[in-house]
Ligand binder design. Structure first.
Ligand code: ADP
Length: 706
């Protein structure tokens, strides 16, 4: 009943604490979650700012380039813009949609571009002598006449263009006549006049001259010089010296190269390698120029029409640059232009790579509370243009655990790239949240464990207390009983003796012995009880003196025989003669041995043969009581030294006892620095040995004080 009440209280208390902690942890976790959200929002803001920083940098880089180009344009575009790596070309578009590039010219005429050359032959068409010379050359096939006539014409200098054409024809005739040196001289003279825009039948005269010089030199066997001439032609083509169509450019290039190879073919190996090297250099240049030409072609084709459109829509006087981005197979075209007036526009091409390079590294603007972040600029095809902090810059999404957490863009999609922010590992907010949650859950677990443990202890201790209370009440009952039995027999015998009913002397004597024995037993019981209560109160004191153990053993045996004379038993003693004196409390020790003898007889189980032994071992004196009684089972052997404990078999065999004898024995022996040894087997008997040290060095003092 009482136990139930206490246990219920403990359970109630524990449960309410438990619920309280669960609720607390629940709210704490929710709070942590809220904080995580706040932090995430903060980080999100920081990421946004990062994107803005990058965009701002792009804007300022482009703006700076634009104002520099405008400045240069105002001064006539004379100064070099080489220190502006961002600007790859500047161009002007006029009202006829003609584009003038400031950088290297296109290799050939771009679609829609007009021939910039003049057909000189036409201006001579009406000249009589010219007609005659041509007739001699072609119709009559009289080359010497033709040469003479051409020479005649050449003798009277007209305008340089006509001179150049006449020299060209003259050289041709000389070649046909086999007068090669003269031909060479004439071609060289023509080249000296220059005029790259002169054509005859659409072919620039200079090209004819260079080509023929090479051929004539080849005929003369001057191979190295011939190779030089063909290379010169090739170089001229690459310098865009002549206005050619694309197909012209290509076929002349091929021709020059073929002839060059023929010329070089006959040279020594060492010389040939040198010439080949020069050709390779030129070919490399050609590849670069072709790329560039392709780019310029795209500008003409796609950018300019868009520029026109946009320029029409915006106010020409705004002085604001307009920007156009055009993705192409070969890369991105970024153009910025300014309508100068109604029809003219100043434009420039921006190098996307240079722009990308200029964006990083970022010194500030790192999204603050976030560690392990990375930024990448991604182009429209998903390729990384430039990045900072990525583990594998080629494939940001595949690099380990980095994860795209934010994506922004440049203003007006110029350049049309995405600005992606990546996070490597889990974010700071998430990590903090997880840590907190773990701490809360662990502390909840600790609280639960503590509550369970505490509850268990509380319930166990109340159970123990109750058990003790029960033992105490049992104890009172048994003690009263133990008192009553001897008291009853004393009173009965005393009455008989008093009334003179007992006549037989021997009988009388027996009664007297019983009365003495019973009262001694009562005395011992009282003594035991007193000792026990003193020990319980921690007030037991021992009076130590030099004690002859042999004498003590013999005395105890004698007293026991006398006290228990009315019981049936045999007590044998085996007391060694060489026992030393030891310091001990004679009375306490004697009572301990008496208790053991008492038990031996009480639990003799019908075989009351008891032996008391005393002998000395190594540094110790042993006092042993052996019986052949009911014995004690292994599981109970420890418990019988607990106060009030009585073994099952003792209770069954209805032997009276209080359960304080053995605890007392143990206390006394401990106070003497010794120990109690128990050997017992149920049904066979018990052997209890008190082992006392001969010289207890420290325990002596403790013993004296109790
Ligand atoms: P009591 O004898 O008054 O019950 P003790 O403290 O002397 O109390 O003994 C405790 C218990 O130990 C006894 O109840 C008994 O069960 C067991 N016991 C003690 N001595 C013996 C013995 N010699 N043989 C068998 N059991 C014993």
């Amino acid at each position: 009943m009482r136990l139930d009440w206490q246990r219920r209280a403990v359970i109630l208390f524990t449960t309410s604490l438990l619920i309280l902690s669960v609720v607390l942890v629940f709210f704490a976790v929710r709070e942590a979650e809220r904080e995580k959200l706040l932090k995430e929002r903060e980080i999100e803001g920081a990421r946004q700012r990062l994107v803005e920083t990058i965009d701002g940098r792009a804007k300022s880089l482009i703006g700076e380039a634009e104002s520099r180009v405008l400045e240069a344009a105002k001064k006539g575009l004379k100064e070099s813009l080489a220190d502006l790596p961002l600007v790859s070309d500047v161009f002007l578009v006029d009202d006829k949609n003609q584009v003038v590039f400031l950088g290297p010219k296109p290799l050939f005429l771009l679609p829609g571009e007009k021939q910039r050359s003049r057909e000189i032959a036409r201006s001579l068409e009406n000249d009589e002598r010219w007609k005659r010379a041509e007739a001699a050359e072609f119709r009559l096939n009289d080359q010497s006449l033709a040469a003479a006539l051409y020479q005649d014409l050449a003798a009277k200098p007209a305008d340089p263009a006509q001179d150049a054409l006449i020299l060209n024809r003259l050289a041709r005739c000389y070649t046909k006549l086999g007068q090669l040196e003269k031909a060479l001289a004439a071609y060289r003279q023509q080249l000296q006049i220059g005029l790259s825009d002169l054509t005859s039948e659409g072919i620039p005269l200079e090209i004819t001259a260079l080509y023929q010089i090479g051929n004539v030199l080849l005929l003369r066997g001057r191979k190295a010089e011939a190779a030089g001439a063909f290379l010169e032609l090739y170089q001229g083509l690459l310098d865009a010296k002549w206005a050619l169509s694309r197909s012209q450019f290509e076929s002349f290039g091929k021709l020059a190269e073929d002839r060059f190879q023929t010329a070089v073919g006959g040279l020594d190996a060492s010389l040939r390698a040198d010439w080949d090297g020069r050709l390779q250099d030129l070919k490399k240049t050609e590849a670069e120029r072709l790329d560039k030409t392709g780019l310029l072609e795209k500008v003409r084709e796609r950018i300019i029409p868009r520029m026109r459109l946009e320029a029409r829509e915006t106010d020409a006087d705004s002085g604001r640059f307009l920007r156009i981005a055009e993705p192409m197979d070969s890369g991105l075209l970024l153009a910025s232009f300014l309508p100068l007036d109604k029809n003219t526009m100043l434009g420039m091409l921006l190098d996307p790579e240079a722009l990308a390079r200029g964006l990083f590294p970022l010194s500030s603007g790192k999204p603050e509370p976030e560690e392990g972040f990375a930024v990448a600029i991604i182009d429209e095809s998903g390729k990384v243009v430039v990045s900072q902090g990525l583990v594998s810059p080629e494939a940001p999404d595949k690099s380990g655990d980095s994860q795209r957490v934010f994506s922004g863009a440049f203003t007006d999609s110029f350049p049309p790239w995405a600005i992606d922010v990546y996070r490597s590992g889990i974010g700071a907010a998430e990590r903090q949240f997880r840590l907190r949650r773990t701490i809360y859950v662990l502390s909840l677990a600790a609280v639960i464990a503590a509550l369970f443990f505490g509850g268990f202890l509380a319930i166990r201790s109340t159970a123990k207390e109750l058990k003790l209370a029960k033992l105490k009440s049992d104890f009172t009952a048994t003690v009263s009983h133990e008192f009553r039995t001897p008291l009853t027999s004393i009173r009965y015998m005393a009455e008989l003796l008093q009334r003179g009913r007992v006549r037989d002397e021997a009988r009388k004597q027996q009664y007297y012995e019983t009365i003495t024995g019973e009262s001694e037993r009562l005395g011992r019981l009282v003594e035991n009880l007193l000792d026990f209560s003193k020990i319980e109160a921690g007030m037991k004191e021992y009076r130590m003196e030099e004690v002859d153990i042999a004498a003590l053993a013999a005395d105890v045996a004698g007293r026991f025989r006398q006290q228990a004379a009315f019981k049936e038993f045999t007590l044998e003693t085996e007391i060694a003669s060489d026992l030393p004196f030891i310091r001990a409390d004679k009375d306490a020790l004697g009572r301990a041995v008496l208790n053991l003898l008492d038990n031996a007889v009480k639990y003799s189980g019908g075989n009351p043969r008891v032996t008391l032994r005393a002998w000395s071992g190594e540094d110790a004196v042993n006092l042993q009581v052996e019986d052949h009684g009911i014995g004690i089972g292994k599981p109970e052997q420890k418990k019988i030294f607990e106060k009030f404990y009585r073994s099952e078999s003792a209770l069954e065999s209805d032997v009276k006892g209080s359960g304080i004898g053995l605890p007392l024995v143990e206390h006394v022996v401990r106070a003497h620095g010794g120990k109690v040894l128990l050997e017992s087997e149920p049904g066979k008997g018990t052997r209890v040995t008190i082992r006392l040290p001969v010289k207890p060095p420290e325990e002596k003092k403790e013993g004296e004080n109790g």
